[in-house]
Design a protein around this ligand. Structure first.
Ligand code: AKG
Ligand code: FE2
Length: 799
C-alpha cells in the first residue's frame, strides 16, 4: 500500500543517516595559533585585559544584517569588531591544526567524506562586560557556505556562552580559559551570545565552506535496492486518501516529496552542499531513483500547519472572576465588556508574535506548496506553483519539531477551538517515474515542460506535441497572475499558436490572470489572434479577466498603467493585434465602470474622493488604450453619470494632461477626452450658479434611506432636513442608538453623535456640525479652481 511504502522509505533513510549533529565543539592547545592584529601586534595567549583593551581601541561597533540592510543597534548586537583584512593567522602548526579540526567538524556534523571543509576568517570580536548578540541566523555570504566556525581565544571571563539551537534542541558552548575552543554549527541554526558577566570574551568567527572532492561512492547495495523497491511501490499502488471513508481507490501518486531536515536558501540548495543527515539521505535516494528509473530534483516548499492549540493560561490572573474593564472606550459598552482587550490570554505574546510556549493539541490541517525547483538536468532552477497532495509527502523530521518562520494565533472561532497557524519553509527532494516526467513537471506550471512541447513542434512532430498538450487538460489551472507567471505565459503563447488546434490553445492560455499579460507578449498574442480569429481572441481575453471586478487590488491598478503601452505594441505587431487590444481595453473599462458605480454609492466624502481619484488614473489609462470608437462610447456613458463622477473625471483629465501626446489631435482618444472636459466644464459652471447656503440654513440633503422600516428613521430624517434644528436629544436604548450611528456614519453626514450615560435609557445627542457650511464652501472653492484649470488646459471647441 502507498502509505506503507512512504513510511518504510522514511524509516530506511532515518536509519541510514550517519549520526550527524547540528553543532560540535573541539578544544586545542593555544600554542597552535599565532595571531597578529594590525595596530596591536602579536596577541599573547591567553589574552589579558591590557592587550584586549588595545584590541578594542582598534575595533569598531559591530553591525548585523537584516534582509538586504546592514543595521547597527546595540539592543540587538553589542560587540567590538575587527575586520579580517587586519588579522594575520600563522604559527608552525596552525594549518595542520585547523585541517584536523575541520575534518573532525565534518564528521561530527555528518557531512560525507566526499566533501572537504575550508574556513575563511570573517571577523575578530571582542565582548566586554554586558556585551552580547541576540538569537539570529548567519547569512550565507557564499554559495558554498554551510556554516560558521567560532574560534574562542583563551581568555578569563564568565558569561558570554554561545547557545546554538536546531529543531527544538539547544547546546551551550562555554569557551576555555587557556585553550582554543572551536565551535561549529550549520548556517540554519539559530544562535546567540549571552551577555558577558566579567572579563573579556574574544572570538575569531570564520565562514565554513564545503567543497566536493570525490563523487559519491557506491553505497550499501541492499539499502539502495530496498529504497528503490519502496519508490516503485509508491508509484504503482493507488494513492492513499487522507480521509478515505470507503471512497474509490485513487490513481497512483505522480510524485514523491521527501522533506529535508535543514533549511536552505534558493542559492544554497545544491546536491553537493546539503547539510548533515540530508547529505547522506539524498545521496542514497538519488541512487535508488536511478535504480527505479525515476528523476529527482531539489525543491523549496512552503508549509502551513493549523493546530488546535492553547495559550499557557496559568500565567494570567484574569482566570476566575471576570470584571468589567473600567476604562473601556467603546461607546456602546454598557458593562458588557468583561475584559481589557490587552488582558486576553496570550495578548502579550500575540503582539510579539512568539507562540513557542503554546501547547499544540491536534493537527487540524496542513498544506504544502512547492514554489521553486531545480531542473532535472541540473542547469539552474525555475519558479513553480504546485500544491502537494497528502499521499505524496514523506519526511523524517516532523514540521512541528522545526522552527516556524511565522505564527498566528486565533481565538475561538466556532468551527474549531483556538487555532495556531504555523508557516515553515522546507527544502525537499522531489521524485517521479521518468516516463511520467512531462506530466509531473507540467502540473507544477513548469516552463521547462512547455519548452519540451515547443521542442516537438520545432522538430515537426505535431502529433506528439498535441497529444502531450491535451494531456495537460485535467490539471492545467490557476497559473496565477502578475509578473510571477509572465515567463510561463510567454512560453505558452508560441506553443498555443504552433499546435494549430483552437480548443487546446484555449485550454493552454486560459488559466492566467490578465495582470500577467504585458508588452513582451504582444507579438505572440497578435500571432495567436491571427491564427484562431477574433471570436477566439475575445474568448481568451475574457478568461484572463475572470469575473469582472473579482479582483481590483493594487496589481490591477499597476497593470492598467501598462495597458496603453501593451495596446500600442499589439496594434503595431504582425498578425491581428487589434483583435486582442480591443477586448483588453473593453474588459478593463468594464472593471473600471463597476468600481466607479460602487464608489458613487459611498456617502463618506473623503473616503469616496480618495477612491475616485485613484480610479481617475485608471480611467485615463483605459481611454488611452482604447480605439477611438470605444473611447467615444466610454465618454458617452460617463456623461450620463451623476455629478459626483466628476471626482473621478477631473483626476482622469489631469492624468491625461500630463502626457500631452495622448490627447493631441489625432491621438485615438483625443476626442473622448475633449468631450469629457467640456462635460466637466458645463457641470461645474452649473454648480457654481446655485445660490450660496444662507447662514441660518442647517438643512441637510438625505443621503441614503433606511430600508428596515424602523420607527426611528422618519424622526431622524425630519431632524436632518430641518432648516432650524441643529441639536437633538433622544433617549434611546442601545439597539436604536447603534442603528442611527450606522446610518449617520455610512452617509458621512456632518452630524456628531454622543451618548450621555445618565438615567435609563441613555440619551443620544445628535449635533449638526459646522461642516454643514464649511464642506459646501470647500466644494465651491474646489469647483472654481477646477473650472479655471479646465478653461486653461482644455479650451472648448478648438477650430
Ligand atoms: O561571537 C560569537 O561567538 C558568535 C558571533 C556571531 O554569532 C556572529 O558574528 O554572527
Ligand atoms: Fe552569528
Amino acid at each position: 500500500m502507498g502509505h506503507g511504502a512512504r513510511k518504510q522509505l522514511a524509516e530506511l533513510l532515518d536509519d541510514a543517516q550517519r549520526r550527524g549533529d547540528f553543532s560540535t565543539r573541539i578544544e586545542m592547545s593555544a600554542r597552535a595559533l599565532r595571531i597578529e592584529v594590525d595596530g596591536v601586534g602579536e596577541l599573547p595567549l591567553p589574552l589579558r585585559a591590557p592587550v584586549t583593551k588595545k584590541l578594542i581601541a582598534q575595533a569598531r561597533q559591530a553591525s548585523f544584517g537584516r534582509g538586504e540592510q546592514t543595521l547597527s543597534d546595540t539592543s540587538v548586537r553589542d560587540t567590538w569588531e575587527i575586520t579580517p583584512d587586519r588579522i594575520t593567522l600563522g604559527g608552525t602548526d596552525w594549518d595542520r591544526t585547523l585541517d584536523g579540526v575541520l575534518d573532525g567538524v565534518r564528521t561530527a556534523l555528518g557531512l560525507p567524506p566526499t566533501v572537504v571543509l575550508r574556513a575563511e576568517p570573517h571577523a575578530l570580536l571582542v565582548y566586554g562586560k554586558g556585551q552580547f548578540f541576540l538569537p539570529h541566523q548567519d547569512s550565507e555570504k557564499d554559495d558554498s557556505m554551510v556554516g560558521t566556525l567560532v574560534v574562542s581565544l583563551p581568555s578569563h571571563h564568565t558569561g558570554g556562552e554561545l547557545v546554538v539551537s536546531h529543531a527544538g534542541r539547544s547546546v551551550v558552548h562555554q569557551a576555555s580559559r587557556d585553550k582554543l575552543t572551536f565551535a561549529a554549527f550549520y548556517a540554519d541554526c539559530l544562535h546567540e551570545v549571552k551577555p558577558v558577566k566579567s572579563g573579556y570574551r574574544v572570538t575569531l568567527t570564520m565562514n565554513l565552506l564545503a567543497e566536493r572532492i570525490r563523487p559519491a561512492g557506491e553505497d550499501d547495495g541492499g539499502l539502495v535496492a530496498d529504497l528503490a523497491h519502496c519508490l516503485t511501490e509508491h508509484f504503482t499502488e493507488p494513492a492513499e486518501e487522507r480521509y478515505a471513508y470507503g471512497r474509490q481507490k485513487a490513481a497512483p501518486p505522480n510524485r514523491l516529496v521527501y522533506l529535508l531536515d535543514h533549511e536552505y536558501t534558493q542559492r544554497g540548495l545544491d546536491w553537493d552542499r546539503l547539510k548533515g543527515a540530508d547529505a547522506t539521505r539524498t545521496a542514497l535516494l538519488r541512487q535508488a531513483a536511478a535504480e527505479a528509473d525515476c528523476e529527482a530534483v531539489l525543491a523549496l516548499a512552503e508549509v502551513k500547519e493549523t493546530w488546535d492549540a492553547h495559550a499557557p493560561y496559568d500565567r494570567y490572573d484574569y482566570y476566575g472572576e471576570v470584571e468589567h474593564y473600567d476604562d473601556c472606550e467603546d461607546e456602546e459598552c454598557e458593562g458588557e465588556c468583561l475584559l481589557d482587550p490587552d488582558g486576553e490570554p496570550g495578548a502579550e505574546r500575540r503582539r510579539s508574535g512568539d507562540f513557542s510556549d503554546y501547547e499544540l493539541n491536534e493537527l487540524i490541517d496542513d498544506e504544502i506548496t512547492l514554489s521553486w525547483w531545480t531542473r532535472p538536468d541540473g542547469t539552474g532552477g525555475e519558479q513553480i506553483n504546485l500544491p502537494v497532495a497528502y499521499a505524496e509527502v514523506c519526511a523524517t523530521a516532523e514540521n512541528k519539531d522545526l522552527t516556524p518562520y511565522q505564527s498566528e494565533y486565533e481565538g475561538y472561532m466556532g468551527n474549531y477551538g483556538n487555532t495556531l497557524d504555523r508557516w515553515y519553509r522546507r527544502a525537499a527532494v522531489v521524485l517521479w517515474p521518468r516516463q511520467r516526467s512531462f506530466t509531473a513537471r507540467a502540473e507544477a506550471g513548469s516552463e521547462g515542460a512547455l519548452r519540451e512541447l515547443q521542442g516537438h513542434l520545432d522538430a515537426g512532430d505535431l502529433d506528439r506535441a498535441r497529444t502531450l498538450a491535451r494531456s495537460l487538460a485535467p490539471f492545467w489551472k490557476h497559473h496565477g497572475s502578475g509578473e510571477a507567471a509572465a515567463a510561463l505565459f510567454a512560453a505558452a503563447l508560441p506553443v498555443a499558436v504552433g499546435l494549430r488546434e483552437a480548443d487546446t490553445a484555449t485550454m493552454l492560455l486560459a488559466p492566467f490572470g490578465v495582470e500577467t499579460v504585458g508588452e513582451r507578449h504582444a507579438s505572440g498574442l497578435a500571432a495567436a489572434a491571427a491564427r484562431y480569429g477574433r471570436t477566439w481572441a475575445r474568448g481568451a481575453v475574457s478568461s484572463w479577466f475572470g469575473t469582472v471586478g473579482a479582483y481590483t487590488g493594487a496589481g490591477r491598478a499597476a497593470w492598467l498603467e501598462s495597458l496603453p503601452g501593451l495596446c500600442t505594441a499589439l496594434r503595431a505587431a504582425d498578425g491581428d493585434g487589434d483583435a486582442m487590444a480591443s477586448p483588453l481595453a473593453e474588459g478593463a473599462w468594464q472593471a473600471v465602470e463597476q468600481q466607479l458605480t460602487s464608489w458613487l454609492g459611498v456617502g463618506r466624502e473623503t473616503e469616496r474622493r480618495t477612491g475616485m481619484e485613484g480610479l481617475g488614473v485608471s480611467l485615463a489609462r483605459v481611454l488611452q488604450a482604447a480605439g477611438p470608437e470605444t473611447a467615444d462610447t466610454i465618454a458617452a456613458t460617463l456623461r450620463g453619470l451623476p455629478d459626483t463622477a466628476l471626482e473621478c473625471l477631473l483626476p482622469a483629465l489631469r492624468t491625461a494632461a500630463r502626457q500631452p501626446t495622448t490627447i493631441r489631435d489625432g491621438a485615438p482618444a483625443a476626442r473622448a477626452f475633449q468631450t469629457l472636459a467640456d462635460h466637466c466644464e458645463d457641470r461645474l459652471a452649473a454648480a457654481l450658479t446655485r445660490p450660496v447656503r444662507a447662514a441660518d440654513d442647517w438643512s441637510l440633503t438625505l443621503a441614503g434611506t433606511c430600508r428596515t422600516g424602523c420607527g426611528l428613521c422618519p424622526d431622524l430624517d425630519a431632524f436632518l432636513t430641518s432648516r432650524t434644528r441643529h441639536v437633538m436629544e433622544w433617549p434611546l436604548a442601545k439597539e436604536g442608538r447603534r442603528h442611527l450611528h450606522s446610518r449617520i456614519d455610512q452617509a458621512g453626514l456632518p452630524v456628531s453623535h454622543t451618548t450621555r450615560r445618565q438615567g435609563r435609557p441613555y440619551v443620544l445627542v445628535l449635533t449638526k456640525t459646522d461642516a454643514v457650511f464649511t464642506r459646501e464652501q470647500a466644494t465651491r472653492t474646489r469647483a472654481e479652481t477646477d473650472l479655471a484649470w479646465l478653461r486653461d488646459k482644455w479650451p472648448r471647441a478648438r477650430g
